[in-house]
Design a protein around this ligand. Structure first.
Ligand code: SF4
Ligand code: SF4
Length: 244
């Protein structure tokens, strides 16, 4: 990588009309350096044969203009311009299934994409905000309760194609849940019962590892709602933590 380059014209990916803005090359270098500095980087990319096996195995490649091969190649070749473009576009088409882990070079393109996404989120790229916009409710659910989906999300208006039985199940949800053998599943507002110790640990981890700071950068409204929930619960548990 040309680490001593202080100025270089963009190598001509035409961003005209693109949904994201071009930035100085030095800024692309900085973002790329952040990807490479991640402690997982050396385990997700060893080089690339350009064989395309990852793309052949990738379900997202069948439905989108998307190729894990291109992402692995761009990073292996240290093409900062293309990496920046991909961080604003392709990486959000990955479904994180890791079928691409069958790579003969022992790369994990899906793992590489995970790292690139986190850098995009940490740096507040507009496309990261756009990609996460529709997931506010899920992020809130995961971070406030510790579980992703809850049974009470099963409502007829949310699943109109599931037929009449959705309404029947929703109306008798409590009974259905109590019919399940594990008592920890006798819940309707969370996927399973989360004990106080676990949720307090999760709040502290998200606070201390900078996850809450990332949420604040991406979606301040969501941050404020979560902040209220978490600070109140932490205070009840005897912690004096503020998330500002
Ligand atoms: S990442 Fe692996 S599977 Fe994909 S093109 Fe490169 S060497 Fe082949
Ligand atoms: S993890 Fe992403 S890139 Fe890999 S196979 Fe799944 S969808 Fe494709």
């Amino acid at each position: 990588m040309a680490s001593n380059v202080t100025s270089r014209p963009s190598t001509a990916l035409d961003l005209t009309g693109s949904k994201y803005r071009d930035i100085p090359f030095e800024e692309k270098e900085r973002l790329f350096a952040e990807v490479k500095a991640d402690m997982r980087f050396e385990d997700v990319l060893y080089g690339c044969y350009e064989c395309g096996i990852c793309t052949a195995a990738c379900p997202s490649a069948r439905f989108y203009h998307f190729s894990p091969r291109i992402i692995a190649q761009a990073v292996a070749r240290e093409d900062e311009d293309l990496v920046y473009t991909l961080m604003n576009d392709s990486i959000w088409d990955c479904s994180q299934c890791f079928s691409c882990d069958r790579c003969p070079r022992h790369n994990s393109p899906g793992g590489l994409i995970t790292v690139m996404r986190e850098v995009a989120v940490r740096n507040g790229l507009q496309t990261a905000r756009d990609a996460l916009e529709g997931y506010g409710r899920i992020i809130y659910k995961v971070m406030s309760t510790g579980t992703q989906v809850s049974p009470d999300m099963l409502q007829a208006d949310a699943f109109p194609d599931w037929g009449k039985h959705v309404t029947e199940i929703a109306e008798n949800l409590d009974i259905w849940r109590r019919a399940l053998p594990p008592e920890t599943l006798h819940t309707t507002e969370t996927g399973w019962e989360i004990d106080d110790k676990t949720i307090i640990e999760l709040y502290l981890i998200w606070h201390m590892t900078g996850v809450m700071d990332m949420i604040k950068d991406i979606d301040e409204g969501l941050f404020m709602i979560l902040q209220d929930v978490m600070e109140e619960r932490l205070e009840e548990a005897g912690y004096d933590e503020t998330f500002d």
